[in-house]
Ligand binder design. Structure first.
Ligand code: GLA
Length: 380
C-alpha cells in the first residue's frame, strides 16, 4: 500500500475492516431493549496498520487527508477532535478495560458515507478495536468489542446510542440478517433471501443537523414514558417488555406526546417479531408491509424522519416494482432501503431520483450494496 508508505514512511503490517450496516426493521428500539434486524454491508471502514514504537496512535483519513495524533497517556484531550475522536474513545475504553495498547500508525479508508445512517461511526470504532487487539496479539471476542465500542460512543463521544450498529458491524455475516435481542444480546442469523426482490439503499443527501441532540431527546422521552408505565406495569424492565395489549391498558398514564413515542416502540418491537417470521417463511409481501409500517410510525409517531427521508421513501413506494421503502438509522436525513423487483432496479433508481429531486431539490444517491461479513482481519 504505497499511500501508507507516503504518509508514515514504512509498510503496514496488518489490515482490518469493519462494516457499515442497514437495518431491515426495528428502528429506535435497541435502546429500549427491543429486537432489531440489521445486516452488515460491503461498505466498510478499512484500516492499514503498523506499530510505531511511540506512545501515540496516529490516525490518518484518506478522504480528509488529515492525521490526528492521539496520545495514549492523555486520551481525554482528544474529546473535541472532529477526526480522531471516535478512535480516541475506543482506545480510552479499551485502556480502562485493561486491554494492551501500543503506539501505532493507522491509515483509514472508509467507504461508508459519513452521516448517512449507515453507521460509519460504528465501523470506525469496531475497525479500531479489532486493529488494536490484533496488533497487540490479544485474543478478542467480537461481541465484547461491540459492547465496548458502544460504551465509547456513549461515554466519550456523548451519543447515547444503543448497541445495534456496533453489533452489526462486528457480528454481521455474508447474506444474513441478524435478529438481535438488544436486552439480552442473544442473536441468530436469518438468511436474507428476498426471492424476486432486491434491496436498494438510497441516500437523501440532506446534510444532517442536530441528530445527536434530537436522538438524545427521544431517548429521554422514552425513558420518561417507561417510568410512568411502570406504575401500571411494575414488572416491565424496558419498553420492549410491554405487549401491545398491555400498552393499550396502561397508556392512560401517559401525556399525548409520550404515548405517541412509546406506541412506536411497543408496536415496532411487535413488527420485528412478525418480520423475522415472515423472512424465515419467505413471505416477502408481509415483510414489505411491515417495513412500510415501520417508516410510517417513525414519521408520524416517533417524528424522526423529516421532509427529505419521507419524500424519498414515498417516491420509492409509488414507483413500479417497489413494494416497500423506509428510512433506516437515527433519522433526520440519511438513507432508505427499498425492496424492488429484480430487473426493475435501474428504472427504479432513475424514476425515484427524478421524483425526489422535483420534491426536494436534492440529488439522491444510490449505492451498489451487498451483505458481507462484518469484520475482516489479516496480517500483511
Ligand atoms: C442510530 C444508533 C442505533 C439505533 C439507531 C436507530 O443508528 O446508533 O443505536 O438507535 O440509530 O434505530
Amino acid at each position: 500500500m504505497h499511500q501508507f508508505f507516503e504518509i508514515f514512511g514504512k509498510q503496514p503490517t496488518l489490515f482490518a475492516s469493519a462494516a457499515g450496516r442497514i437495518n431491515l426493521i426495528g428502528e429506535h428500539v435497541d435502546y429500549c431493549g427491543g429486537p432489531v434486524m440489521p445486516a452488515s454491508l460491503n461498505l466498510c471502514c478499512a484500516v492499514y496498520a503498523a506499530p510505531n514504537g511511540t506512545e501515540f496512535v496516529n490516525v490518518y483519513a484518506d478522504d480528509l487527508q488529515e492525521t490526528a495524533h492521539l496520545p495514549l497517556s492523555d486520551l481525554d484531550s482528544c474529546k473535541s477532535l472532529h477526526w480522531g475522536k471516535y478512535q480516541a474513545g475506543v482506545l480510552s475504553v479499551l485502556k480502562e478495560e485493561g486491554y494492551p495498547l501500543m503506539g501505532c500508525d493507522l491509515y483509514y479508508s472508509c467507504s461508508v458515507p459519513f452521516g448517512s445512517g449507515l453507521s460509519s461511526s460504528a465501523a470506525i470504532e469496531v475497525a479500531t478495536a479489532v486493529t488494536m487487539c490484533a496488533l497487540a496479539g490479544k485474543e478478542y471476542d467480537l461481541k465484547e468489542l461491540a459492547v465496548l465500542c458502544q460504551k465509547a460512543e456513549n461515554t466519550f463521544c456523548g451519543v447515547n446510542c444503543g448497541i445495534m450498529d456496533q453489533f452489526a458491524s462486528a457480528m454481521g455475516r455474508k447474506d444474513k440478517a441478524i435478529l438481535l435481542n438488544c436486552k439480552t444480546l442473544e442473536y441468530e442469523y436469518i438468511p436474507l433471501e428476498l426471492g424476486e426482490y432486491e434491496l436498494i439503499v438510497a441516500n437523501c443527501k440532506k446534510p444532517h443537523a442536530l441528530v445527536t441532540s434530537k436522538y438524545n431527546e427521544r431517548r429521554a422521552e422514552v425513558d420518561e414514558a417507561l417510568a410512568l408505565l411502570q406504575k401500571e406495569l411494575p414488572s416491565a424492565r424496558c419498553l420492549a417488555d410491554i405487549t401491545p395489549g398491555e400498552f393499550e391498558r396502561a397508556k392512560h398514564v401517559l401525556p399525548p406526546l409520550l404515548e405517541q413515542r412509546a406506541r412506536h416502540v411497543v408496536l415496532e418491537c411487535a413488527r420485528v417479531r412478525e418480520a423475522a417470521a415472515a423472512l424465515r417463511m419467505g413471505d416477502i409481501k408481509s415483510l414489505a408491509r411491515l417495513i412500510n409500517a415501520s417508516h410510517d410510525s417513525l414519521s408520524k409517531l416517533y417524528e424522526v424522519t423529516g421532509k427529505e427521508p419521507d419524500a424519498l421513501a414515498y417516491a420509492a413506494r409509488e414507483t413500479d416494482g417497489c413494494i416497500a421503502s423506509r428510512m433506516i438509522g437515527a433519522g433526520f436525513g440519511g438513507c432508505t432501503i427499498s425492496l424492488v423487483e429484480r430487473g426493475k432496479t435501474e428504472a427504479f433508481k432513475k424514476a425515484v431520483g427524478e421524483k425526489y429531486h422535483a420534491a426536494t431539490g436534492y440529488e439522491a444517491k444510490f449505492y451498489d450494496t451487498s451483505i458481507e461479513d462484518g469484520v475482516t482481519v489479516y496480517k500483511l
